[in-house]
Design a binder for this molecule. Sequence first.
Ligand SMILES: NC(=O)c1ccc[n+]([C@@H]2O[C@H](COP(=O)([O-])OP(=O)(O)OC[C@H]3O[C@@H](n4cnc5c(N)ncnc54)[C@H](O)[C@@H]3O)[C@@H](O)[C@H]2O)c1
Length: 259
Amino acid sequence: MSRLAGRVAVVTGGAQGIGLGIGRRLAFEGAEVVLADIKFDVAQAAAAELTGTGAKVTAAKVDIGDDISVRALADHVEQRFGHCEILVNNAAISDMTGIEAMTMQRYQDVVRINQDGAVRVSLNFVPLMKKSGAGRRILNIASIMGMRGSPNSIPYSTAKGAVVNFTRALACDLAPHDIMVNAIAPGFVDTPMSIQPDGSHEYDSDWFRDIYVKYGRIPLRRYGNPDDMAGPAFFLCSDDSRYVTGQILLVDGGVSATF
Ligand SMILES: NC(=O)c1ccc[n+]([C@@H]2O[C@H](COP(=O)([O-])OP(=O)(O)OC[C@H]3O[C@@H](n4cnc5c(N)ncnc54)[C@H](O)[C@@H]3O)[C@@H](O)[C@H]2O)c1
């Protein structure tokens, strides 16, 4: 496949989970992919595995919560490739804090990564993207939790809600530069983020199986996996989405279609 040949794609949080699934698909379609992650060794191992299959994938270290680190990533991509057509703002941290347990410190820690991180990385990459080749795309990874309320999710849901409207506002600003900006909002996806602090799997719990599977709150009656995200992500990073911008595509097995 070579629909993205000649394009450089940077995927934050690309070491594992949804970011790795998207990075793998973009590389399969011919892009030169940079898996940028705070877990550099994990990103390196993933890049080495994909390179072994013939894909063009490298790893880079970044902390999207830190201005200097993000600037260094943008400089690295500019010096190494000279251009960047695709940016996937995927990195984020999990949080399950409600108003009772929340502190302002916890709230700000989550917002600094999950909300400001997407803004910070975009701010640093837009100048390079403006002078890059055709097919320029920014894809933000939001969440259904940024579209709906749910218990014990204030920092995470608030940050993802901001990512949703950041997507729309950035799309308006970058449309004159022919840079499309969209988001996917995943539902429940099996990744390392689904593992609870006690080691259990969130989606193996009785409440999840009962509410979302038995009673059909996920109409497709299964949780998703990173490959389920990769196809929609590829569409929004490809030439096929050339007249689509400022949109949020819910990739949730139908959760948001129910009440
Ligand atoms: N898994 C789900 O059910 C689900 C649902 C909706 C949305 N999402 C979103 O999808 C995206 C990917 O999540 P995932 O499930 O693959 O999670 P994950 O924890 O498996 O992967 C997240 C990656 O981001 C990296 N990361 C975290 N903080 C970082 C930082 N400061 N700088 C750079 N990298 C950092 C991690 O090292 C990790 O590799 C996130 O934006 C998440 O909010 C996930």
